[in-house]
Every structure is written in structure tokens, then in C-alpha cells.
Design a protein around this ligand. Structure first.
Ligand code: HEM
Length: 570
């Protein structure tokens, strides 16, 4: 059966009770283009091109057939560049659930209906609330009978903030418990430092390779000839455009990186330190203290902080920060809600356009001016390249730093003796941060795709495999570091691979370190006796969480007020 013939049969397998009141047009760009229109509980096939499709899927006929029948995971096909998507991505994730593939002539998928399929009808027909956050209140209807739901049930939304990425599962998530995946990774490292998984999505669905050892992770990240970053472009291109630095390979990557890197050079950081970063921290601390002597440092400090710094560094006016923060959140949660991320990215581009234009004739001391005027050997960045870079800064520069700062606080608050050492000797702030980055990297996965058959260590990696170097597993490798699971700021040497390795090594690492050190020092100065609010920690079940991203779910703290200190009361 050809791909077109398969799609032609789909209306006969349509499940109106699952599609509910969905109104969508799916365009299939295959050798014989065709589309499906879904409206009023009916599904119609047409040949050719739709005028205004909700989602366009482009792939070879064979790949399209495998995705439709569930033989290949759609997200993996997109990551490996075998399928391209344009439009409403969330519809793409749910599309195959609209059809009973088993009812098709020639057979189809034989898996049990997914959590999504069982709940989608309710969601689309409005009888259940969309599972947009893991808050208990809005997911009760869905969670009741669904143990495989990707969202946890015991989380509550506080002050409108919840980090949905921490509760999300992705098709490439490594194995292990999201609270503490390291024991599982250690056990797997013992057996196979390079683990090849071929059956997660069924035969022919593509190979996933997990790297658990430090030497293997470093080798893969350094070998940019055999292992390509194009996978990142495939995953995030629809949100960030065609020029994602971290999704490029050589030589285009080097040219682009050389043009953008000066916008984060140390001389600028020195300038920003006093005029900008310290000012942002001071403002946040004033708000914090206005609350009394207790707060959740995630909702009330760490989450807002890097977004404000990056907004200022880019050169955006302060009065737009709240909007900028909302866009940033929308883009950061792109993996949970790709639709919203694409929409936010569009709005950010429209918002940035006049700034880019203005800085051409009137440069200031900000990143947009640096990017607009950057030039090497007569080559300058075009507008699209500038948009892609600025959009990349939201996940790369905000999310990472917010998580790293939160985890550093969490580890110190959980180890009061080490916290005391740091409070009394500020030269240890740096060590506390580096040990946190080792123990709990904010980003665990830096995916690559194998361009050809090659080797890592002595293991053969097949061509087209998705390779997943696990930075946290590498940092916990006993062959790399002794007593590797213990948080110990006094260890020597303090080293890790959390900022990557090779040509893609983080270009924001100096800014990240500076931001975090300033925040920690100022928090310790301003909040004497800062400590966990133990009752709240238990009540909120605060913990560091995540397998692809890691950071605390909450940081409930208390501190001594001046009054309490002078009167000797707490
Ligand atoms: C603790 C904070 C941070 C961590 C842990 C971190 C981690 C990383 C890692 C692991 C990579 C390499 C990705 C790969 O090899 O595929 C990377 C790349 C990158 N980071 Fe960071 N990052 C942090 C903060 C920042 C900041 C503050 C910025 C900018 C403001 C930034 C901008 C970038 C960019 C643009 C790249 C791409 C570099 C390239 O592909 O050449 N990062 N980061």
C-alpha cells in the first residue's frame, strides 16, 4: 500500500469520539500530496494541496507510512530530520490518535490506546480541562484512571508558577527515577558505558544510544565530524528559525559563532556586572523582603532573575520586562506546549524588529547593537540570524541559569554545614556553584545524530542513531571522580562537563557563573540566617527533579529579620 493509499483509508478508521469537536486540516507532502479535513465529527480525504492547512507534514512515503501506523515515533522522525512539520505541532502529536489503525485494511498499530487517546476526546469536546500544567486542580478529571499520564498528580501550582518541563516526559527521556536518576544510570554504566536501544519504539523506529561514562560523553561531544548537532535544528527550528547556533555543524557553525560570541565577551560582562546584574538582584531582593521573612525562592526569585538579566543584556526597555518574561516562559515550555512556543516566538520577532532597525543607525551598549554591527571578513549577520540567536538565548541563557541557581541553593540549604562555610568564606561561593553543576547539571542531554557508522570507545554506533550523552551521568562516573554521588564543595579538583565539550561548548558560561555568584552573595548578605522552612519543604514535597532538565520544584525558605535578630527571637 502506498502512503497516499494509506491516508486515503484513514477516514474509514476515523474516531469521532476521540476527535471531539476538532477542526483541523492535515496536509501530507509526500510523492502524491493529499490532505485530510476534520470538521463536525467527520473526516474527508482530498488529493492535492489544502488552501490553509493547520499542520503540514513532509516526509518520504516510507517514513510517512511508518509514522502513521505508529511503527516510527513521530517526534523521533522529526528529530532525526526524516520528517518536517509546519503549523500546529500539537495537532501532529495527537493526529494518529484520531484513527483506529487496527481497523485499516492491511493492519496497523497494535499498541494499547495511549493516555492521550483515552483523554483526547474529553479534552477536545471541552468536558475535561487541557492538561497544560501538572496542577492537581486542573487535571483531576484526566488523572483519575490514567497511571501512564506524563504529569504527576501530587503537585500544586503556587502563585501561578509551575515548571511544567520538570514533570514532562519526552520520547528520548533516559531511564531512571526523575527524583534521583543517578543510581539507575550508575547501574547501567556498570553494564554498558554505551547503551544501544533499538526497541523503544518498535523495530525500524530508529536507534537511541545513551552514553553514561565521562570519557564516552567527552569523546562524542568532541567528535563533531561523526556526530551532528542538526538534531537540535530539527527539534527547535519551527520555534527559533533556521539559524540555531547549537543546531549547526561546521563550517557554518564556526562562522556564525565567531560573529555572535563577541556579544558575550568578558569586557561587556564587567560592564554589565554593576550597571545591570547587581541592580536586577537588588530589585528582586527588595520584593522578597517586602514579603516578610519567608518565601519560595523558585517562584519569588530564581525564575524571574535570569530572564530580567537577559532582557537587559539584549537591550530591551524595563517597562516591557513582564511581557518579555511571559514570552520567555512560553518559549521555555516549548517541549510541553510547542504551539504556544511557536506563537510566542512569532510575537517576540515582531517585538524585536523595531529594536534591530533602530540599533543599526543608533547603536547602544547592548547585545542587539553588538549583533547588528558584528562583522568578520565583510560578513555580517542578517536579520534571520539575529532573531534565531536572540530566541536561542531564552532556553540556552535563561532556563539553564535559573535551574543552576535553584539547585545550588537547594544543595546548600540541604547541607547546613557547607552553607555556613560558604556564608563565612565567600571564596567558597564559586566552589558551591561548580560542585552543584557537577552533581546536578541543569541540562542533562546534549543530543547528537550519527552521520555515519562510527565508534565511541569500542562500541559501534550505527548511522542515523540518535546519540544522547548524559552530562550528569558523566559527572557521577567513578572513573572520572571519587565519591561521586556526594555533594562536597571542598573536593579538589572540582570539575565537570556541564557546559559541554568541543566546538559547541557553552558561550554563556561566564555570564551564567557571574549571575549566579552575584545572586548567591547578595542573598546571603540580605537574608541573614537563610534556611529551609522545614514544614513547607515537607508539605510541598520540595525536591530536585528531572531527567532531561533538573532543578528544584520549590525552595521554601525563612530568614531572620532585623527585629528577630536584635530581640533574639526567630
Ligand atoms: C548554568 C548555566 C548554563 C549551562 C549549564 C549551559 C550549558 C550548555 C551546554 C551543555 C551547551 C552545549 C550544547 C551542546 O553541546 O550541544 C551550551 C551551549 C550554549 N549555551 Fe549554555 N549553558 C548555560 C548558560 C548559558 C547562558 C547564560 C547563555 C547565554 C546568555 C548560554 C548560551 C549558550 C549558547 C548560545 C550555546 C550554543 C553554543 C554553540 O552551539 O556553539 N548558555 N550551554
Amino acid at each position: 500500500m502506498s502512503a497516499k493509499q494509506l491516508i486515503e483509508q484513514l477516514p474509514a478508521a476515523f474516531l469521532p469520539e476521540v476527535a471531539g469537536n476538532a477542526d483541523a486540516v492535515f496536509q501530507f507532502d509526500i510523492s502524491e500530496p493529499c490532505y485530510l479535513s476534520i470538521k463536525n465529527g467527520a473526516c474527508k480525504f482530498s488529493a492535492g494541496h489544502a488552501a490553509n492547512p493547520s499542520l503540514t507534514l513532509s516526509a518520504d512515503d516510507d517514513v510517512m507510512k511508518k509514522v502513521l501506523t505508529g511503527e516510527t515515533n513521530g517526534m523521533v522522525a522529526v528529530m532525526t530530520g526524516k520528517m518536517k512539520t509546519r503549523g500546529n505541532l500539537k495537532l501532529g502529536q495527537s493526529m494518529t490518535t484520531f484513527f483506529d489503525m487496527d481497523a485499516l485494511a492491511g493492519g496497523g498499530r497494535k499498541t494499547k490506546p495511549s493516555w492521550l487517546k483515552r483523554t483526547l476526546g474529553k479534552l477536545l469536546s471541552g468536558t475535561a480541562v487541557k492538561p497544560s500544567t501538572p496542577s492537581a486542580s486542573n487535571t483531576d478529571v484526566i488523572h483519575a484512571a490514567d497511571s501512564d499520564c506524563p504529569f504527576h498528580q501530587n503537585t500544586s501550582e503556587k502563585d501561578g508558577f509551575v515548571d511544567r518541563l520538570l514533570y514532562m516526559e519526552t520520547p528520548v527521556d533516559p531511564p531512571g527515577d526523575a527524583r534521583n536518576p543517578y543510581p539507575e544510570w550508575a547501574a547501567r554504566r556498570e553494564k554498558n558505558r554505551v547503551e544501544i536501544e533499538t526497541d523503544r519504539y518498535g523495530e525500524n523506529a530508529g536507534t537511541l544510544v545513551y552514553l553514561y561514562g565521562h570519557a564516552e560523553v567527552a569523546e562524542c561531544l568532541r567528535n563533531n565530524e561523526d556526530f551532528s548537532n542538526a538534531i537540535m535544528q530539527n527539534m527547535f527550528g519551527s520555534v527559533m528559525g533556521d539559524h540555531i547556533l547549537v543546531g549547526m555543524d561546521e563550517p557554518a557553525h564556526a562562522t556564525y559563532r565567531n560573529l555572535v560570541a563577541p556579544a558575550l565577551r568578558p569586557k561587556l560582562l564587567t560592564k554589565w556586572e554593576e550597571s545591570l546584574i547587581q541592580v536586577v538582584v537588588d530589585e528582586l531582593i527588595i520584593n522578597l523582603k517586602a514579603k516578610g521573612n519567608k518565601a519560595d525562592l523558585v517562584a519569588d526569585f530564581t525564575f524571574a532573575y535570569p530572564a530580567r538579566v537577559v532582557g537587559q543584556v539584549i537591550g530591551l526597555p524595563q517597562e516591557n520586562f513582564e511581557q518579555f518574561q511571559r514570552w520567555a516562559v512560553g518559549i521555555l515550555e516549548g517541549a510541553a506546549d510547542p504551539d504556544k512556543a511557536a506563537e510566542c516566538a512569532k510575537e517576540v520577532r515582531v517585538y524585536l524588529a523595531p529594536f534591530i532597525e533602530a540599533r543599526r543607525s543608533d547603536p547602544r551598549e547592548d547585545m542587539i547593537s553588538e549583533l547588528v554591527h558584528a562583522e568578520i571578513d565583510g560578513k555580517k549577520l542578517n536579520d534571520e540570524e539575529i532573531y534565531s540567536f536572540l530566541l536561542l538565548l531564552l532556553p540556552a541563557g535563561i532556563e539553564t541559569t535559573y535551574r543552576a541557581l535553584g539547585s545550588t541553593l537547594f544543595h546548600l540549604l540541604s547541607n547546613p554545614e557547607q552553607l555556613n562555610d560558604v556564608r563565612n568564606d565567600r571564596s567558597l561561593v564559586n566552589k558551591a556553584l561548580e560542585e552543584t553543576l557537577r552533581v546536578d547539571p541543569p541540562v542533562q542531554l546534549t543530543p547528537r545524530i550519527a552521520l555515519r557508522e562510527s565508534k565511541i570507545g569500542s562500541t559501534i554506533i550505527p548511522a542515523n542513531a540518535v546519540v544522547l550523552p548524559l552530562l550528569g551521568a558523566a559527572n557521577h562516573d567513578p572513573e572520572f571522580i571519587d565519591d561521586s554521588d556526594r555533594f562536597n564543595i571542598h573536593r579538589s579538583p572540582l570539575r565537570h562537563i556541564t557546559f559541554g565539550n568541543g566546538v559547541h561548548t557553552c558561550i554563556g558560561l561566564h555570564l551564567a557563573r557571574l549571575e549566579i555568584k552575584i545572586a548567591l552573595n547578595k542573598l546571603f548578605d540580605a537574608l541573614p540566617g537563610l534556611r529551609f522552612d522545614d514544614d513547607e519543604v515537607v508539605k510541598q514535597d520540595a525536591h530536585i527533579r528531572g531527567k532531561s532538565f533538573r532543578s528544584p520544584t520549590a525552595l521554601p525558605v525563612i530568614w531572620d529579620t532585623i527585629d528577630a535578630k536584635t530581640t533574639g527571637q526567630d
